[in-house]
Design a protein around this ligand. Structure first.
Ligand code: DX5
Ligand code: ZN
Length: 217
């Protein structure tokens, strides 16, 4: 079963609540919230206040994709704001195991994220401790970028590692997922699909865009 995770980075922020509820009503399995600090990635986006505001209007699962330096400093604040799952970039901390443990100590699900140029090898020691692995299929920082085709092999490789080790984490992909790319990433082994522009910038509206994505798988 695939899970769709609409990314509110492409939502209309003047009517964020409306957009979130449209996605939830259309069957979003979780809402993906992109946190950028202008340091780890070259863009600044959402802080804990927005997570709290979204939490206040829905019981849907909220996943927070931290794209920030020193993530350990902010885990508690994003957990307390209402995140259900927090993902940490492997590249953002020398103490990944500690960061993952901090997320779990808050009673939240923990995920690890890697950039397109980061090898799966760096995940070897952490895989058994996470609920989800997020593979970036674009370089993080902006919505509406083009999917990097070379990431398909990486998804396949991770799916194989998961099977060989008998682990149960979700494999999520983020960046450039649309009706043309979604079937290929699912075939490669991804089961959680983030989509921003393909959902919130779609001329046909959120509900029909989500239906189209599901039908394209
Ligand atoms: C990019 C973000 C993504 C972004 C995806 O750094 O992590 O979640 O919103 O946007 P699309 O689906 O438009 O490529
Ligand atoms: Zn993201």
């Amino acid at each position: 079963m695939i899970k769709l995770a609409p990314s509110i980075l492409s939502a209309d922020f003047t009517r964020l609540g409306e957009h979130v509820l449209q996605a939830v009503d259309a069957g979003a399995d979780r809402i993906h919230i992109d946190v950028m600090d202008g340091h780890f990635v070259p863009n600044i986006s959402i802080g804990p206040l927005v997570v709290r505001a979204v939490r206040n209007i829905t019981t849907a699962m909220l996943e927070t994709h931290l794209m920030i330096s020193d993530p350990e400093k902010y885990i508690d604040v994003f957990a307390d704001a209402g995140s259900d799952l927090i993902t940490i970039h492997q590249e953002s901390t020398p103490h990944l195991h500690r960061a993952i443990q901090m997320v779990k100590d808050k009673g939240k699900q923990a995920g690890v994220t890697i950039n397109p140029a980061t090898s799966l090898c760096v995940l070897d020691e952490i895989l058994e401790h996470v609920d989800l692995v997020l593979l970036m299929t674009v370089n993080p920082g902006f919505g509406n970028q083009i999917f990097i085709p070379g990431m398909l092999r990486k998804i396949e490789h991770l799916a194989k590692m998961k099977q060989q080790r008998g682990l149960h984490f979700d494999i999520e992909v983020d960046g450039g997922i649309n009706s043309k790319t979604i079937a290929r990433v699912v075939e490669a082994g991804a089961n959680v699909l983030v989509a921003g522009a393909a959902i919130f910038s779609a001329p046909e509206g959120v509900e029909r865009a989500m239906k189209k994505l599901r039908e394209s798988v």
